[in-house]
Design a protein. Structure first.
Length: 173
């Protein structure tokens, strides 16, 4: 009789492990290899970035990223305007911006040609720059963007333009 009860408990546990995605996901997370990580917030350490070997870049924390401006000279001199994950641009396949991030600066993930396939954005996002997510590649890879909120909430997210920051650069004034 005790053997039947013990077998029933063991089978129940095995079944729960097989159908519970949270338990399986945490086991998969433990196996992921972090390639690099650091801080990337406009206020310093308010945001962190983590790049995984499987090609996922994750931005987490509270607040916004700084405004980035990628140029050849900037890369050459390691300008603070270059995203800290710049060295991994060719390896990024998935970008996940977690809940708590409120803004994404220009050129954060955009440089031609990019090969990432998807971007997941949080409901907490208040704005992003139009140059934040540039995905252009000769093979015409389509960028899938997933937003955690509703369509009405997405319509309230401000889409900022780089030219609005520096009108003198676009008009010559």
């Amino acid at each position: 009789m005790k053997l039947k009860k013990l077998l029933s408990v063991i089978l129940a546990v095995i079944m729960m492990l097989g159908v519970c995605p949270v338990m399986n996901a945490s086991a998969e997370e433990a196996e992921r290899t972090v390639v690099d990580s650091g801080f990337c917030g406009a206020q310093g350490d308010n945001l962190t970035w983590t790049f995984y070997e499987d090609g996922e870049l994750v931005i987490s924390g509270e607040g916004e990223t700084p405004f980035y401006y990628i140029t050849e000279k900037g890369v050459e001199i390691s300008s603070p305007l270059i995203p800290p994950w710049y060295d991994y641009f060719d390896d990024i396949r998935v970008i996940t911006v977690e809940e708590g991030v409120t803004g994404i600066g220009d050129d954060a993930f955009g440089l031609y040609p990019r090969m990432y396939h998807s971007v997941t954005l949080p409901k907490s996002l208040e704005y992003y720059y139009l140059g934040s997510f540039v995905a252009s590649h000769p093979d015409s890879i389509t960028l899938a963007c997933c937003y955690a909120g509703t369509e009405a909430q997405w319509n309230k997210v401000e889409k900022r333009s780089w030219s609005s920051l520096r009108p003198d650069l676009t008009t010559g004034e």
